[in-house]
Design a protein around this ligand. Structure first.
Ligand SMILES: [Zn+2]
Length: 463
């Protein structure tokens, strides 16, 4: 039987606001433990939260980029549970009235677009960071002691929940790569999995190909890179298929992926109860984003849209690479200046890699002449095109000289000036050819065609 993986994602993205979600404590790495705290984010009785306007704006902006409907009326709720990383005894989150719902993201692939539905994107505060010391693998059970750093408590997070529309770990990685690039380009988050500013949980189930209903799923947590996420998903798919094929049923479970052993281990949940007794947060007003919408609507073109725009002038693989390495803006400049798209793609990924082109029209002239230019002159010109005011003319005059008639006097003069070396060459030291070529290149200011010069020299030296 053929089994189809069914994968949905829950992604937490930490917003890079200057201050926390509901207080004015700074957000940042590297500060001493528990130094970025105040009565609000430590949950002191009587302290009142004040909404971070920037975080709300960015959530709306991100929601629009995910093609979501923006709720005209969004409400914060209290999610109640008891744990030391939550000093108030509840987390402020959005529940039944989130800011963004019903979105979709285009995922371009080599064989057509896939559309990944977005269930919701909502704003919430992060919990503090707990560190379990002395326990195996940082787990709670068996830990000697547990430490809490409240610097992270109250930092704004957007949680993005997708529909179970993904089918392979490769698509998951590509989807996350584009999502990550989208939030980075919007300027709302650094979204680095290694630093925990982007965290991904995956819901994975399998079903016989052709079946449309969802089957029991496993939730995978704590995967801190795209690679481990992909491996964790592949492991879950393998194991679930094995369960079904041995005529057993998959039981709902939460797992951690252990990269060292490439296996899934049951996740020890810190929250036993699923009933969080949500209720509206009475200390915060609802969000009515009407005024924010106009400003947020001026969205840049998304990475997926750019990939699709670059095709078919360049291949899908090239388009993907240009966009995900953020070289497509330079590519666009050259194409606008008349350079053939595939040539432009090669130039910006190779000789012009790292160059921000200041004068594309001038560089286009250089590229057009590149076959006639000495390689070094061409490369120097490409590099110089990053300077405002760069002009092609001074480089184009150094066109390669491939005209035998005009090189002849130089070649003859070089041979005449080095009789000892000529004798040595004729005596068997053929390695001296490079020396003669070098002399001719020097005399011509690097413009002579080195291959032609070599041929001319050899002809004369061997006669
Ligand atoms: Zn604070």
């Amino acid at each position: 039987m053929t089994w189809e993986p069914v994968i949905g994602l829950e992604i937490h993205v930490q917003l890079k606001t200057r201050t926390k979600m509901f207080c004015r404590c700074p957000v940042g790495f590297g500060a001493g433990e528990n130094t970025q705290t105040c009565p609000v984010c430590l949950g002191f009785p009587g302290a009142l939260p004040v909404m971070n306007r920037r975080a709300v704006e960015w959530t709306v902006k991100l929601g629009l980029a995910l093609d979501c409907e923006i709720a005209p009326h969004a409400v914060f709720a209290r999610k109640n549970y008891f744990y030391p990383d939550l000093p108030k005894g509840y987390q402020i989150s959005q529940y039944d009235l989130p800011s963004c719902i019903n979105g979709k993201v285009l995922l371009p692939t080599a064989d057509g677009d896939r559309v990944i539905g977005i269930v919701r994107a909502h704003l919430e505060e992060d919990a503090a960071k707990t560190v379990h010391v002395g326990g195996a693998g940082g787990r709670i059970v068996g830990a000697g002691r547990s430490l809490v750093d409240y610097n992270r408590g109250g930092v704004p997070l957007v949680e993005i929940v997708t529909q179970p529309d993904l089918r392979t770990s490769d698509d998951v990685k590509r989807f996350l790569q584009l999502l990550r690039q989208t939030v980075v380009e919007l300027g709302v988050s650094d979204a680095e999995m290694e630093k925990g500013t982007m965290r991904v949980d995956a819901n994975v189930s399998v079903r016989p190909a052709g079946e449309s209903e969802l089957r029991t799923r496993w939730e995978l947590k704590n995967m801190n890179s795209f690679t481990f996420l992909g491996r964790g998903i592949d492991a879950a798919v393998r194991e679930q298929v094995a369960v079904y094929e041995s005529a057993q049923e998959v039981v709902q479970e939460t797992y951690d992926y252990d990269a060292d052993s490439d296996t899934l281990t049951p996740h020890r949940s810190k929250e036993e109860a699923d009933d969080y007794r949500y209720f509206p947060e009475p200390d915060l007003v609802p969000i009515l984003p009407a005024k924010l919408l106009d400003a947020a609507r001026e969205l840049p073109e998304s990475p997926a849209e750019r990939i699709r725009r670059l095709e078919p002038a360049v291949s899908f693989a090239t388009a993907w690479e240009l966009v995900t390495t953020e070289r497509d803006a330079e590519h666009d400049k050259l194409v606008a200046a008349g350079v053939e798209p595939r040539t432009a793609a090669n130039v910006v990924r190779n000789e012009a890699a790292g160059v921000t082109i200041a004068e594309p029209a001038e560089l286009a002239r250089v590229i057009e002449a590149r076959d006639r230019l000495p390689r070094e002159v061409y490369l120097t010109a490409v590099e110089a095109s990053a300077e405002p005011g760069f002009g092609a003319d001074s480089y184009l005059t150094k066109e390669q000289v491939s005209d035998e008639g005009s090189l002849e006097p130089v070649v003859d003069a070089v041979l005449a000036a080095h009789p000892d070396q000529v004798a040595a060459f004729r005596g068997g030291k053929e390695g001296l050819l490079g020396f003669f070529v070098g002399q001719v290149m020097k005399e011509t200011g690097g413009t002579a065609n080195p291959k032609l010069v070599g041929d001319m020299l050899r002809e004369r030296l061997q006669s």
